[in-house]
Every structure is written in C-alpha cells, then in structure tokens.
Design a protein around this ligand. Sequence first.
Ligand SMILES: [Zn+2]
Length: 451
Amino acid sequence: MILRSILTAIVALALPAAAAAEAVLVHAGQLLVQPGEAPLRQATLVIDDGTVRAVRPGFATPAEAGLPAARVIDLSRAFVMPGFIDLHVHLASFAGGESYLRKPSDYAALRAAANARTTLMAGFTTVCDLGSIGYAVLALRDAIRDGIVPGPRILASGDPISPTAGHSDNHGYREEVMAALPRRGVCDGADDCRRAVREAVRRGADVIKVMASGGTLDESDAPTDQQFSDAELIAIAETAHAFGRKVTAHAHGKGAIDACIRAGFDSIEHGMWADAETLRQMKAKGVWLIPTVYPITYVGTTPEQVRAGPLRNLPPVSLAKVIALGDQPKKLVRQAQAMGVKIALGTDASIYPHGQNAHEFLEYVEAGMTPMQALEAGTTRAAEAGGIKGAGSLRPGMPADVVAMARSPLDDMAAVLDVAFVMRGGTVYKMDGREIPFMPPASPAAPAAPH
Ligand SMILES: [Zn+2]
C-alpha cells in the first residue's frame, strides 16, 4: 500500500495533471470521434480550454496545430473515444454495503464522493443519479462541478417521486420508526404530485425520477403493480416538462410502463416485463428504454446463482422476486433492439459495486447489439436520452471528455473494462492505467471580514 502511494507520487511528478485550461494534443492510434461513424486511424484531437477545438489527420505537432505551448499526450497505440455515460446510478448507495441508519446523515455524501471517483476511473465522465436520499448527491454534483472533488459530471434527481407506500416510501416498519424517517418526494393525487415535482426542482433536481411500479429488492411491494394513477402520472410529466426537466420512470410491470407511456414520460428504467405491444408504443412515441441488465447478471440469473450470490441474505420474498427475473433483461434488450426501440445505457450501479458499470456494454452485445451499437447506447444515445448537450461525442465544440483503452472495443467489447486514460473537461484524471492524484484548486480568496 505504501509502495503504491510512493509509486503514485512519482507518477504524479512525472505526469502532472493537465489543467483544464491547458492546450493539449492527443495523438490517437484510433479515434472514434462520434460513435456510429467509423473510427479514424492516426489522428490528433486538438483540445484547448477544456474543449475539443479540432480533429486533424495524422499526428500533428503543437506548431502545426497552431498551439505552440500545447502538451502532447501520446495515445498513438490506443483506441480513443468519448467518455462513457451511465444514465442510472445511485452514487450514495451500495446494496451490499452499510446501513446509513447507524451513520450521521452527511456520511452518505462522503460515500457518494468515493463512488463518484471510482466511476470516473472506470471511464464514465457523465452519470445520471436517479435517487439518493436528501441532498447528498445534489451537493456532490455541485462540488464536482466546482472542482472540489474528482468525479463524473452528474445530473441528479435527488429523492424520487413515489406514492404513499410506493417503492421509495418508507414502509414495512413499525409506526414510530416510519414517523422518524424523512418522506421527501411522497405524493398522492394529481395536485399533490405537481407539488412534489416542484419541490424536487426547488431542491435542485436536474431530472425527475418517478417510482411508477413496485421494486424487486424490497419486501412489501410488487414490481408488477401500477402504483400511481394515470391522472397522477400525467400531472407529474406535465409539471416536469413545464420546468424543462426530463421525466423517467422506474417501471417493471406492463401496466405501469403503459401508463407512463400514455402520460408522456421520456424514458423507462428497467422495463423488465414490457411485451411486444408495449415496445411498439415506446417506439411509436420515441420513449427511451434504459434496461439495466448487468445488475441482474451480477446477482445471478438462475435460482442457484441467486441463492449463492451476493444478495443471498435478502428476505425470502425479495429473493423470489430476483429469481423471477432470470434472463428476462437480456431477452428484453434483444426484443427491443430488434423492434427498433431506442435504448440508452443505464446500470443501476449500487446493486453491484460502483466502477463495474462498463460491464453493461458487454451485456448489450450478448443481447444482440453490435459493439458499435453498444458504444452508441453509452455515449451519443445516452446523451440524447438524458437531454445532455455537452457529452457523448468529440466533435469540435464539445467538452473534452475522453477515454482510451489498449484495444479496440469494436474488435473485443471487453476492452471497455480496462480504461487506461480518462480526461474530463480537459483535465486528465487517469494516465497509463494509473490515477493522477487529484489536486483541488487553491482556496478561493478569504471572505471579507464581517461588518
Ligand atoms: Zn435504480
């Protein structure tokens, strides 16, 4: 451990982290500027002030690029592409981890910061956090944006919107315990649901996350339930859109998914039991599917695997719901892809350890996508589904969110599991497979003395 720290320190001296404002030329062996298009061979990515300025053929020198002071980063033997995007994470949680009931409430934000750093090191430069209690991830989002701690760019929902007794309400405990726990995001009736969405926006939510069906891991609701009425879902979607926010639904059962499609939702998370008719509706209305396959593979897809797997200590009722999923997620992706439903990458990071998010790309290929389609799902398509303007592509004008790996994922999708280089907004966070120690900027000027 000490040796590793010393090595890291030496590497840090040899390879100082690029400041965001620094001019950088990345010499790329292969450069995938825009997933969906063929990668370029031997090209230079010209970056200045944290933004991609140009893409040039060959390995341009700083003088040739018109930036004589530029630093050259040699990725001439690597595959270089836009940073990955995960539209469904829970940075403050880990299903196999500790209970926050025994921790101070601010502990969740510190746990989330560690998970955010791990996620960035795995090549995810943008994530959407779809549910964290209180302000933990909303605060982390701002701290990362302000350069205080390292991590991906975060869009966050804060507390999800749920009906009384719904998937993210507290239920199943004795009365006194439930009375003591916070209940943000809980609403009943169309007017109250408008209020709940407005409250979420007031707290700083970038996206509105709705618990439209029951869930799998808890004990007291069924994933096939439609928990909100049509009138409530319409009120939620209208209010979210009125505030310029995307609205996405946790929905497993057909009834809940269909109701969200009717109500005008932008996307469906999980969508496990969507049938052909539901998928046709999603395609017709342009509703995105965010299928979260890897967590189910992680917990096991056969009854034997689930009973011996990481969630083996779940209560029997929850274990039975996990077992019922089987390989349904992969079947769903195969069918949705074949029918032309738009799919974007999301992983529900928290069911599995944070940082393993890139396994989702491999799941999509196993479910029938080409490697390029899988890469699109986790870059350009995720940016489109999430309404994220500055991510998913390395075209001139885009933020310099860049990852690189030794092999081409177009030849072997498993290459995405070994991201060796990470840059976000022009700052290098990982080089040659090693994390660059993060240096927050010097403290801002001391506040003026009180009057
Ligand atoms: Zn989730």
